[in-house]
Write a protein that binds this ligand. Structure first.
Ligand SMILES: *[C@@H]1O[C@H](CO)[C@@H](O)[C@H](O)[C@H]1NC(C)=O
Ligand SMILES: *[C@@H]1O[C@H](CO)[C@@H](O)[C@H](O)[C@H]1NC(C)=O
Ligand SMILES: *[C@@H]1O[C@H](CO)[C@@H](O)[C@H](O)[C@H]1NC(C)=O
Ligand SMILES: *[C@@H]1O[C@H](CO)[C@@H](O)[C@H](O)[C@H]1NC(C)=O
Ligand SMILES: *[C@@H]1O[C@H](CO)[C@@H](O)[C@H](O)[C@H]1NC(C)=O
Ligand SMILES: *[C@@H]1O[C@H](CO)[C@@H](O)[C@H](O)[C@H]1NC(C)=O
Ligand SMILES: *[C@@H]1O[C@H](CO)[C@@H](O)[C@H](O)[C@H]1NC(C)=O
Ligand SMILES: *[C@@H]1O[C@H](CO)[C@@H](O)[C@H](O)[C@H]1NC(C)=O
Length: 550
């Protein structure tokens, strides 16, 4: 009872300090001048104003986003009343970072962002959303994803308390889909370039991975390696190895710390909080922020604020009311007791790490997919004489794709990240890609009207033309080369943290040590109507299914 009363007093005082601060910073423009930005130096985060090290004391803050029944989600930064409701609880948990998984770029985030800024709370935001994310089974880095990612950057860049962006969450999750990491790394590269080109603040862009024993070292090195303009700026691991009363040694934290000790970028738990033993006493917190780990790790983000069916919540929210759960009390006590040592940014030196060699468990090439360019797809679309008919439903695209690819070379729209080969038009939208193929077939079959039918699914486009501005765009596209993820990274003085890259000189990978290997863009050949073997056609057919799923 007394505890409740104390809590009330505590909360009231927090509210008072919040209102006075908020009233103060109210002549707003979307920026908060009081909060310093966070920068990356070497493998650590620092407050930019004074070079003091920044450790994440984070909470995952989003209600159930994976809603299979429709594509909507609840944007955790859109509802100012909800942010105000939750702020005192977040402060009681010593929170300085909120991870949000999906934001709605057509709503205003101003009030929540400024509220959190005035209490020293930073945001780390995923760029994807449930219905627009890189699909590990048929990965792409295409126009639609590029638009979504850059829209989020546009919506959030103005806030100084945006700490960083995740270009993907658990996309590659085991050795069978490691190739998908190439598409995510292309996203990292392009979002970094976009931030620079727009003249935005230098906001770090990173990745959040699962914890898979076969791939974990290679994938960390893969994201951390390469030139500054392609490498990830930070790296998060969703970590559930410490359950109940474990220890540094028994939990796996010691082994992970050893594995990643040479990682050249900041590393943290982008989720943690195993719930196999309940209540969660968070006995790992003291260790995470102790000298055993702080040279390698920058803290972590507890999964998660809201109690839901998955039973990871710290509080139960219903309407305006928030009820703290046992886990909340344990966590807040643990976090109140930490005092990690602080490095100074001036004492930290940058290091580099080699890209992983390709191996059975690591297929992703360091030759990355090209940057999606809308003008190329528009010019292409305008130029096609034979196109998919408007009345063909998207779900029928897969069959059409399968049948036309049995007849002609489809490499112009395909991507293979194991080989590092990407068709010139592989990032265009599905309709343009399919029309491109139908048009190729039509061209290769004497431009006969019957060659543009596909049982009525295709039709002639009498308005096809290539504007003069387009001929240069299209020829530039077919001559361009993608940026390589490996350039300049393989120097000595750095060493891969994993078994796969040590000793590198005889590595089988063409990319791990070359200074400038560039991506191989596959140019669609117009005049060679190659017939494909059955296996190839089958691959294309399944590729076609992936294509339609996008
Ligand atoms: C960003 O901040 C600038 C300067 O404060 C302001 O002019 C601009 O409107 C803001 N943009 C957004 C998208 O909030
Ligand atoms: C540096 O700035 C941060 C943010 O304002 C502050 O929390 C921290 O205490 C400062 N460090 C020192 C050594 O003053
Ligand atoms: C985003 O917000 C707009 C405007 O409120 C709404 O129409 C749309 O459904 C929201 N999108 C999602 C994915 O929730
Ligand atoms: C998910 O969808 C169901 C059914 O449409 C809806 O009742 C629920 O509110 C949705 N949840 C979220 C988080 O959007
Ligand atoms: C790899 O992950 C995929 C997607 O989650 C899953 O379907 C598959 O079973 C996994 N394979 C292995 C070998 O773990
Ligand atoms: C963990 O250890 C603490 C201190 O020894 C003890 O109080 C607690 O009950 C233990 N928790 C579990 C789940 O075993
Ligand atoms: C990429 O090429 C390799 C080697 O030819 C092949 O084994 C693999 O199936 C291809 N991947 C895709 C996604 O087509
Ligand atoms: C880290 O780098 C040191 C010095 O280059 C090297 O001796 C050590 O083997 C590396 N550790 C790992 C786990 O790669």
């Amino acid at each position: 009872m007394n505890f409740k009363l104390l809590q009330l007093v505590f909360l009231t005082s927090i509210f008072m300090s919040f209102y006075s601060k908020f009233a103060h910073a109210n002549s707003d423009e979307g920026t908060d001048e009081d909060i310093p930005s966070i920068e990356v130096v070497g493998n650590k985060f620092f407050y930019k104003n004074n070079g003091t090290q920044f450790y994440m004391k984070g909470i995952a803050y989003q209600q159930d986003t994976a809603n299979s029944s429709d594509s909507s989600f609840i944007d955790p930064l859109a509802d100012a009343d909800a942010c105000k409701r939750d702020l005192p609880y977040l402060l009681e948990l010593s929170t300085n970072v909120l991870r949000v998984y999906a934001v709605n770029t057509s709503v205003d985030h101003h009030e929540c962002l400024d509220l959190f800024a005035s209490h020293g709370i930073y945001i780390i935001a995923d760029l994807s959303e449930p219905s627009t994310s890189i699909n590990r089974d048929s990965p792409s880095w295409d126009l639609e994803l590029y638009k979504r990612y850059t829209d989020v950057v546009d919506a959030l860049n103005n806030y100084t308390n945006v700490l960083g962006f995740f270009a993907g969450n658990e996309v590659t999750n085991n050795a069978t889909n490691s190739d998908s990491a190439a598409f995510v790394k292309a996203a990292v590269r392009d979002v970094k370039a976009y931030i620079k080109d727009q003249g935005y603040r230098d906001i770090p862009v990173g990745y959040s991975t699962n914890d898979d024993s076969d791939t974990r070292v290679a994938i960390a090195d893969y994201f951390a390696c390469g030139d500054d303009d392609v490498k990830a700026d930070f790296y998060g691991i969703n970590m559930y190895e410490w359950c109940g009363n474990s220890t540094f040694e028994k939990s796996g934290y010691e082994a992970r710390t050893e594995e990643f000790k040479n990682l050249s970028i900041p590393l943290f738990f982008s989720e943690y909080g195993c719930n196999e033993v309940k209540p969660r006493e968070f006995t790992d917190v003291g260790t995470i922020y102790s000298d055993k780990m702080t040279d390698v790790w920058s803290g972590g983000i507890v999964y998660m604020y809201f109690q839901e069916d998955n039973d990871y919540g710290l509080v139960k929210v219903s309407g305006d009311s928030v009820k703290t759960l046992d886990d909340f009390n344990y966590l807040s006590k643990e976090l109140a007791n930490i005092s990690p040592t602080s490095a100074k940014s001036s004492d930290v030196s940058a290091t580099t790490i080699s890209c992983p060699s390709q191996a059975a468990s690591w297929k992703a090439s360091t030759d990355l997919p090209p940057t999606p360019e809308e003008s190329v797809c528009e010019c292409l679309s305008d130029s096609l004489s034979c196109v998919v008919s408007d009345d063909v439903a998207k779900k029928e695209y897969g069959d059409l794709y399968g049948s036309v690819c049995g007849e002609i070379d489809c490499s112009g729209i395909q991507a293979n990240a194991s080989k590092g080969e990407y068709g010139t038009y592989s990032y265009c939208d599905d309709k343009t890609k399919l029309s491109f193929l139908l048009n190729e077939y039509y061209q290769q079959n004497g431009k006969k009207e019957s060659a543009c039918s596909f049982d009525g699914s295709a039709s002639l486009n009498s308005g096809a033309s290539t504007a003069s501005s387009c001929s240069s765009v299209l020829s530039a596209a077919s001559n361009s080369q993608s940026v390589s993820g490996s350039s300049g990274s393989g120097s000595s003085g750095s060493s891969g943290s994993g078994s796969s890259s040590s000793g590198g000189s005889s590595s089988s990978s063409s990319s791990s040590s070359s200074g400038s290997s560039s991506g191989h863009i596959v140019r669609p050949s117009v005049d060679s109507a190659q017939l494909f073997f059955m296996t190839t056609a089958l691959t294309f057919f399944f590729g076609g299914l992936g294509f339609v799923m996008l």
